[in-house]
Design a protein around this ligand. Structure first.
Ligand SMILES: Cc1cc2nc3c(=O)[nH]c(=O)nc-3n(C[C@H](O)[C@H](O)[C@H](O)COP(=O)(O)OP(=O)(O)OC[C@H]3O[C@@H](n4cnc5c(N)ncnc54)[C@H](O)[C@@H]3O)c2cc1C
Ligand code: FES
Ligand code: FES
Length: 1388
């Protein structure tokens, strides 16, 4: 039964760890974060979907003396599985004490970190790629570079999510290590200035290969000294469970047949990545690690095929398939293996593939209805499997295996066999016929497909397929005939991948013609039966049609696109067709200087380019300098401390919410099922634990409060019912899952779940008149002036989730005298302090809320963060012990609320030239259960919508109260929707009039006079109104017009790809709020600054520091004293600095800067007389000397100020525009952003690097809203897209292929903080340009489709939903566009 091992031994960052006892369900991440000082690996999702937890694992082979290094998601890796491994976290690369690693330094220098929560994971993904590239036998790279290529460098982070930066600066960091990079192509950085000559690698922090030892010598010696390691045969971990590592199949079966095992208690694992897909519902205490069985790790290849052991990782399988081997003597075999490997490269992400096994994937595909890619592609390749059942070994085809009933835990998958395909016979290569067929092997084709929200993977496919065809030449007709076909489809909502046998049989022996193909596709549609309950069934079956069409069309005369025809010898490698002007030939024209030989967008080369145009102004030095972000290198090295990184105080307990799953119900009671997890419960905290004298309040704002816990009535799905307390966070999370809530609905009205329900029941929140947007002009008169009208049109907008990488987190520590200290990831600590005081019934001065930094907020950590902090405080108060909560991603998504969904009705009048004369809006805003900040939303919506002169504007706005979690202010709240609604109306008008949309935009942009009418004082002075010139420069420029021409030509010659371009202007009103600041000078002359504003990644500390240095520097007119390095901005503490307010609305950095400037001015005024006196006495005076003297003369060296904006600086407008160009694939609905040019007026930037980061990050977050992110609920209003599997934020492969940003950095207005403007939110609105460009491309597609008999309604007027996901786009381009096309062809 395997040997018993006494200990678990491994190294972390060169340090030895030996554990005699370990709970086998402990993950590596949990261990690192709770039992080591290394907090660099972060928990972002716990399901392999974000990359925040990536570490480098190293294995040593004592025989070959080789070290293998690979990235892995530590959240899925079980600790026991790393016995005798070495772990390197980002701290292991370098740190602030011993020196940062060049990766850390370049992250900082390329401005590639904002909140910093994703940064350690990014560093480790990059490091792993660099280390492995350097091990290859490629030529030595130039000094300072690695052997990595640019494409590999970018792909290295393809599975890592970042919500802040928009990836561009991270991409530049990665590229800077690539041997083939052109350094001059890299973006704004602090290593060289734009236009510098001699940009070379010596300017970058030096990299040399092998600088880090990832496998310590002591561990190597230890491994060599013991015989049973690393293939040690059995480890029994004590500490409440067992870990077995059998060393043979027989050993495994002895174990499985023993009494200790049953299906429910044992978990067999290889990489354990399936836990990311199917979450454990209870704790396990028995694990069997299959990796110790040599038979499962076999890799054998010969001329007939390749056998891959079930425990072989996907990464290793890719290597094997790509490697030259005997079998690849046959080009067809090579083709199949290569295509399989390429497809596998899109499965999950590098750090998942490195530990995930091929066998684990196939078992998931067989046992669960998992949407496997591997099963589908292997099915088409004719793979067979070897399995072991309880008493027998079987050899089965993959198809037979998949069709068996779900296998039980005693079925062991041993290996997969992929045959080497020849083409001269209707079967894979058989022994003996190798030589005879070698000469004729030309007519075999193999192709794989997947349609997924992200091209490079880490997104499960809507449908995948793989096709193998063998053809021969029909001499009579001269056409190709299909002799043998394997058509496999999977992931579409089926129990498992299938072969479309009827279609295969139908096509066999036939030449491909339009009509035979049409018949085959009809048969296919009957075959692809999507299981009930699967989203987008019609889309999925249309994908099957598209893929088969795409595969077969090269076989048929007249169907192939130029360059894709199959030659008579069967090859399809495609010569690229040349088009008349010799330039276009269907290329992706993403860069005027770069050409691609391919008709398709090739994601395999990941060619991303960018340009940043920023003028650096130095008159207020160091303000205006693109200084590195404060603490960026610390974020990269994992030293930056977030709430969950604070070492746990002694006796710390952990909490997890139990939330309601019903929208409106009585809560009769909560029980817990009997389970291992339930046994971990220490306490349950609920409404009954709110102390006497306290209130049941969890969050509050001027418009009202939200309860902390539901009492006997729950009012929305997701409402906290209580908190389960346990000794670890994982135990608390797992125990909370065991809660069984008894609900009742007697005597209750039905819940209000939609705005329509709310209207019916008159369920609204009041909007105080001061926040109510005003009507403008006379609507009836405006309509009377119109030549045409559109009446009662409708637009709907859904919600968006923040997806901050750090979920809600708090740690409450009871303090003496009934006080409470709470560390909170929070955008409004002052509000939270007040709420906790009210809830506990204690004075506010008893509550200290401390926030150092926030791992992303985007508005989600203001109102909602209070609930988490307050729950911790109540639990800590009850139990008299510290209590921490780090909310898991699913619960966070369920409780968060997010952006406001809304329904918009509009009636608009306009003239024939596109001038709009009147607009009426009926707005129904879904606010959820409490008012939160919702009464502010109407004003925000209309503020952004007014960017156009609507003539007269009349409004009917209702803020609806519904039984949903309360919606709150998400980055650019209301304005995102308002600006989009304006564009939807403009598009509608333009298409009604058949006018160019940009001309209608231009026609309705404000003059300064109308601007002043619509915006009053916020309009400022006429010269400040830069929007018309920004728009003209982008949209009316000759180059834009030329691109329009190119696009029209592209569209005319491409049937299945269409492009669109659009330019969108934005106007964004902001209102700075009062802010507090304190500046103190310490005895050594160092300066400490406190502000109410929170560092949420937006660079607040960086700007505040620059401001303090600038303002103190006023003492030295000649600039001889430099202060930047002397200044430290410290955490917010509600008892140290009061009236801190909250951080949001894009202006907190500016306000905080102004408070700091005022404080510094006070200090300067106090110090100036002394300085003048000393200067007279001594000539030169240094700062250090001045401070020493000031202390001796008792000058007060601390000053604070509370800045209150005066009337002139109360509100102002921000302007920008973006032109985006997209390409649509009409077969799948996929949209690729080829290029975005964005211009944003930053006033006079306080820090252009920070502003640029805000602009790019906001834009990409906007892409998420407009293209990808579906925040969906079930019929009870419970969020169902509740993790990285279903909620897709943009990744590096979805950002614009070319992304050019220009910041207008001009001095405009002395009433604003040193003439600066906001940059945090407004650019998010510009992502609507992508949506509008998609609409243009769809128009082109529909115009084409007309010739094939569709679409049914007007081809040019349609509503394009937000987000414009692949199914949405495909539907508008015609789910049956292929059939219609073939029908039209067949009819001729
Ligand atoms: C973030 C993420 C994204 C992903 N994306 C994709 C994707 O796009 N396409 C795709 O196809 N897959 C995808 N996957 C699935 C991934 O490929 C599988 O999770 C992985 O291959 C499973 O291998 P494992 O070694 O981790 O299995 P484990 O989790 O260790 O085991 C999985 C299951 O199989 C059983 N098992 C494992 N090996 C054997 C064996 N030899 N015999 C019998 N039973 C066995 C285990 O008991 C367990 O029940 C994704 C996974 C993650 C986490
Ligand atoms: S936390 Fe591990 S991948 Fe997200
Ligand atoms: S910096 Fe990447 S998530 Fe914040």
């Amino acid at each position: 039964m395997g040997k018993t091992i006494r200990r678990l031994v491994f190294a972390v960052n060169g340090e030895r760890y030996e554990l005699p006892e370990v709970d086998p369900s402990t993950t590596l991440l949990e261990f690192l974060r709770t039992r080591t000082p290394y907090k660099g690996a972060k928990l972002g999702c716990g399901e392999g979907g974000c990359g925040a937890c990536v570490v480098l694992l190293s294995r040593y082979d004592p025989i070959t003396e080789q070290v293998t290094e690979f990235s892995a998601s530590s959240c899925l890796t079980l600790l026991c599985s790393i016995n005798f491994h070495s772990v390197t976290t980002t701290e292991g690369l370098g740190n602030s004490k011993d020196g940062f690693h060049p990766i850390h330094q370049r992250v900082s220098g390329f401005h590639a970190s904002q909140c910093g929560f994703c940064t350690p994971g990014m560093c480790m993904s990059l490091f792993s790629a660099v280390v492995n590239a350097d091990k290859t036998d490629r030529p030595e790279p130039p000094n300072g570079f690695s052997k990595l290529t640019v494409s590999e460098a970018v792909k290295a982070i393809s599975g890592n999510l970042c919500r802040c930066t928009g990836y561009r600066p991270i991409v530049d960091t990665c590229k800077s290590f690539a041997a083939d990079v052109d350094l001059e192509d890299l973006g704004l950085n602090s290593f060289w200035k734009k236009g510098d000559k001699n940009v070379n690698v010596s300017r970058l922090p030096h990299y040399s290969s092998g600088g880090i030892c990832t496998f310590p010598e002591f561990l190597k010696s230890e491994i060599k000294s013991i015989s049973d390691v690393p293939g040690d045969s059995g480890l029994t971990a004590t500490g409440g469970g067992y870990w077995y590592r059998p060393d043979s199949v027989e050993d495994l079966y002895k174990l499985l047949n023993s009494e200790a095992f049953s299906e429910s208690s044992v978990k067999m694992v290889v990489g354990n990545t399936s836990t990311g897909v199917y979450k454990d519902q209870d704790l396990y205490d028995k694990y069997v690690d299959l990796r110790g069985i040599p038979e499962l790790s076999v890799v054998k290849s010969d001329r007939e095929g390749i056998e891959i052991g079930a425990a072989v990782t996907i990464s290793r399988a890719i290597e094997v398939l790509k490697a030259e081997n005997e079998c690849t003597l046959h080009s067809n075999g090579k083709l199949v293996f290569n295509k399989i490997a390429d497809h596998m490269n899109k499965v999950a992400s590098p750090f998942v593939r490195n530990t995930a096994s091929v066998g684990g994937n196939l078992i998931m595909a067989q046992r669960n209805p998992f949407a496997s890619d591997i099963a589908t592609i292997l099915l088409a390749a004719g793979a067979t499997l070897r399995i072991k059942m309880a008493s027998e070994r079987l050899s089965l085809t993959l198809e037979e295996f998949l069709e068996r009933p779900p296998c039980d835990y005693k079925t062991l998958l041993l290996s997969v066999y992929i045959p080497c395909w020849s083409s001269a016979c209707n079967s894979p290569l058989k022994k003996g016929n190798v030589d005879s067929i070698a000469a004729t092997e030309t007519n075999l084709l193999f192709e794989t497909y997947r349609a997924a929200p992200r091209p490079l993977g880490n997104a499960v496919a809507y449908l995948n397929s793989a096709f193998l065809a063998q053809t021969s030449l029909d001499k009579e007709s001269g056409s190709l005939v299909l002799d043998n076909l394997n058509l496999a489809f999977g992931a579409y909502g089926t129990d498992h991948a299938i072969r479309a046998r009827k279609v295969e049989n139908f096509l066999k022996g036939k030449p491909v013609t339009a009509s035979s193909l049409l018949e085959a596709l009809k048969l296919l549609k009957e075959t692809i039966v999507v299981k009930k309950g699967t989203a987008h069934p019609a889309y999925r079956s249309s994908l099957a049609v598209s893929f088969l069409f795409d595969f077969l069309r090269p076989f048929a005369n007249g169907l192939a696109e130029p360059g894709k025809a199959v030659h008579i010898d069967g090859s399809s490698s495609a010569s690229v067709a040349e088009y008349p002007n010799g330039k276009l030939n269907g290329r992706v024209d993403i860069s005027p200087n770069k050409t691609s030989k391919n008709m398709d967008i090739d994601f395999s080369d990941m060619n991303l380019s960018s340009r940043q145009d920023v003028e650096i102004r130095e008159e207020n030095y160091p303000i205006g300098e693109p200084t590195q972000k404060v603490g960026a290198a610390n974020q990269a090295s994992g030293e930056a401390v977030y709430v969950d990184d604070i070492p746990a105080p002694e006796n710390c307990l952990y909490g997890a919410f139990i939330y309601s799953t019903r929208p409106l119900a009585h809560v009769r009671g909560i029980k817990f099922g009997s389970s291992l997890a339930s046994q971990k419960i220490v306490s349950v905290v609920s409404v009954n634990d709110i102390p006497k004298g306290g209130e049941n309040v969890g969050a509050s704002f001027v418009f009202g409060s939200e309860s902390l816990f539901a009492g006997s009535l729950t009012e929305y799905a997701g409402q906290p019912l209580g908190v389960v307390i346990a000794e670890t966070q994982r135990h608390a999370n797992m125990a909370a899952k065991q809660a069984i809530v008894d609900y009742g609905t007697e005597n209750l009205e039905p819940p209000i779940l939609s705005v329509e329900d709310a209207v019916e029941r008159c369920s609204y929140f009041d909007v105080p008149s001061m926040f109510s947007p005003k009507q403008i002009g006379d609507f009836s008169k405006g309509m009377a002036e119109a030549d045409q009208t559109i009446l009662s049109a409708e637009v709907k907008l859904d919600s968006q989730y923040f997806f901050y990488m750090e979920t809600q987190a708090a740690l409450a520590v009871p303090d003496e005298d009934n006080c409470m200290v709470v560390y909170s990831s929070n955008q409004g600590p002052e509000v939270t302090q007040n709420v906790i005081g009210r809830c506990l019934g204690i004075p506010f001065h008893n509550v200290r809320v401390i926030t150092r930094r926030v791992g992303g907020g985007f508005g989600g950590k203001f109102f909602k963060a209070s609930i988490v902090s307050t729950a911790c405080a109540v639990a800590a108060h009850k139990l008299r012990r510290p209590v921490r909560m780090y909310v898991d991603r699913k619960t966070d998504m369920i409780m968060a609320g997010g952006r406001h969904p809304m329904k918009v009705g509009y009636s608009v009048g306009f003239k024939s030239d596109g001038k709009i004369t009147a607009l009426h809006l009926d707005l129904l805003i879904n606010a959820g259960i409490v008012a939160d900040l919702s009464p502010l939303i109407p004003r925000e919506i209309i503020g952004a919508l007014k960017k156009y002169n609507w003539g007269a504007l009349s409004l009917d706005i209702k803020v609806c109260k519904t039984n949903l979690s309360s919606k709150t202010a998400m980055r650019a709240p209301g304005t995102t929707q308002g600006s989009f609604i304006a564009e939807a109306i403009i598009e509608h008008v333009a298409s009604t009039l058949s006018l160019d949309t940009n001309s209608v935009r231009k026609r309705n942009l404000h003059t300064f006079e109308s601007l002043a009418l619509f915006y009053g004082d916020s309009a400022g002075e006429a010269p400040e109104y830069t929007l018309p010139s920004i728009f003209d420069n982008l949209a009316l420029s000759p180059s834009y017009q030329q691109r329009g021409e190119v696009i029209r030509h592209f569209n005319s010659i491409n049937k299945w790809k269409k492009r669109g371009i659009s330019c969108v202007p934005i106007m964004y009103q902001v209102a700075p709020r009062p802010a507090a600041g304190t500046v103190s000078v310490l005895n050594d002359g160092s300066v400490v600054v406190e502000v109410g504003g929170i560092e949420i990644g937006q660079g607040l500390w960086t700007r505040v520091r620059q401001m303090a240095a600038f303002a103190l520097g006023q003492l030295w007119d000649d600039g001889s004293e430099k202060f930047l390095e002397r200044v430290r901005v410290i955490q917010a503490d509600t008892l140290s600095l009061t009236q801190g307010g909250f951080t949001g609305g894009s202006t907190t950095s500016q306000s905080s800067c102004e408070a700091v400037r005022l404080s510094c001015s006070i200090l300067v005024d106090r110090l100036r007389p002394l300085k003048d006196r000393l200067q007279e006495q001594n000539g030169v005076v240094s700062w250090d000397y001045l401070i020493t003297q000031a202390n001796m003369e008792s000058v007060h060296l601390s000053a604070n100020a509370y800045w209150v904006p005066d009337l002139k600086s109360k509100e102002y407008l921000n302007y920008g525009a973006a032109a985006s160009e997209v390409e649509l694939d009409l077969l799948t609905g996929a949209a690729t952003i080829l290029r975005t040019d964005l211009v944003y007026d930053c006033g006079q930037s306080l820090n252009p690097a920070v502003d640029l980061g805000q602009v790019e990050g906001a834009f990409v977050q906007g892409i998420g809203f407009f293209m990808y992110e579906e925040y969906l609920t079930n019929s009870d209003g419970l969020v169902v897209t509740d993790g990285t599997w279903t909620y897709k934020i943009p990744t590096v492969d979805t950002i614009p292929k070319q992304f050019n940003v220009e910041l207008l950095n001009k001095k405009h207005n002395q009433n604003r903080v040193l003439s600066s403007k906001a940059s945090g939110e407004p650019p998010l609105l510009l992502a609507a340009s992508v949506h509008c460009a998609i609409r243009e491309a769809i128009r082109a597609a529909r115009a084409d489709l007309l010739s094939c008999g569709g679409p049914d309604n007007s081809p040019f007027t349609f509503q394009l939903e937000v987000p414009a996901t692949m199914p949405v786009i495909k539907e508008l381009c015609g789910l049956d566009n292929v059939e219609k096309y073939l029908e039209a062809l067949s009819a001729h």
